[in-house]
Design a protein around this ligand. Sequence first.
Ligand code: GDG
Length: 471
Amino acid sequence: MANRNTKGRLVVVSNRVALPRQTATGGLASALQAALHELGGLWFGWSGKLAAETGAEVHRLHDAKVDYATIDLSRADHDDFYTGFANGTLWPMLHYRPDLVDYQRSHLEGYLRVNEIFAQHLCKLITPEDVLWVHDYHLIPLAAMLRQRGVRNRIGFFLHTPLPAAGLLIALPNHRELLETLASYDLIGVHTTRDLRALEDYFLHEAGASMRLGGRMRSAGGRIFRAAAFPISIDTAGIARTASDAGAHKEINQLRTSLDGRALIIGVDRLDYSKGLPQRFEAFARLLERAPELHRQVTFMQIAPPSRGSVLEYRQIRRELERSAGHINGKYATPDWAPLRYINKSFPHRLLAGYYRTARVGLVTPLRDGMNLVAKEYVASQNPDDPGVLILSRFAGAAQELTTALLVNPADTEEVADALQRALNMPLPERRDRWRAMMKVLEHNDITFWRKSFLSALTEKAPVAQRRVAE
Ligand code: GDG
């Protein structure tokens, strides 16, 4: 197995590879960087660059215990595979937004083409003992394509997004052709038991699979595979240390000084429609409208680094938020106070941790989210003597674990405004009790626990049902 057998390596495959010394802004990248640095192995994927031809050469790099192998994409493949099918079709579908799904057969063809090129290269990079761990919705058919080329290695898949109910999945044209290929993996990991139920339901009722002893499934094609929930997490102790050291950074002091004693509410999200940002801004406006006593007493800082600018909906939501932020500040700002600081930039993790710790309230209200690592990072960053309050969407996977957060329906702006008011007024003993309960969960289920749970389920023969987590 990857972490015991000296011959076999861990081979991680994902669309984007976070090369050494690059700042990782996605949750997936943060999590995998930590896992590979500890274990060593190979990370294969797209370089993030465009070239005349997809995969004409493999770029290699070695750093610490990790080998990196990346390929470039052609403009046409990038448009069809990444912008088109992965982010224009699958992402909205997986986030319960069939209204935003743009399905074009040419995009699906591009998606399959790029997966084939990934498979061709991977075959040459792996040895029979390697354990492969493929990540996310960009690479669903990869194992099936590797199996067609005779690859018999253990291959695991982890889906970082939610998985909607079968009734919604079947709206995806040719869904069975695509989703059935998941049976070529030995183990499919999802974040929560809700996602797991959706996956099992899809396979059993739409794809002709049957359930076997020990939680295994038998696909219509006769392949035995397993699925289980592994809620992804963070480097809890590391983030807590970073946050506690952050007080020494001048940027953190600058933020504190600029607040001038006002309570800070913080939001940190990729600029994505799944994160519920327009609704969040509206809830904050609602709070200001109904609680004039909070004027000049509270500041909301929303950090939202732009992402996927090649997809139309992402450009549209950016414009919508600019309008809404301007409206809120125009209506409520005074010469010495702007209620909303809206920042389209990304910051290094050491500063983010300090910003989280400075904030009295962490506002995490996605409409749907596989897990949401920001919620967990906010909790881990708090000062144990004077912790802040997490407001968390019920529709983030993290809500299944962080049950003592103030849980809200993000679409209900009145409920979110209520929660903001309650959080800003919450007495210290209640803040401490709620925080301690969440921190306990994160100290147990950290990133190392997540990685070990997945890899031991992938490499050991024990029935996966015995090692389910987050039941
Ligand atoms: C996907 C799923 C799932 C954000 N801004 C900056 C920055 N970040 C980092 C955060 C956090 C990560 O990006 C975001 O992770 P999330 O989990 O919140 O969200 P997604 O990017 O949508 O991640 C999600 C995750 O994969 C893992 O499976 O939880 O549901 O959608 O780590 O800190 N990092 C830096 N500067 C920023 O400005 N350096």
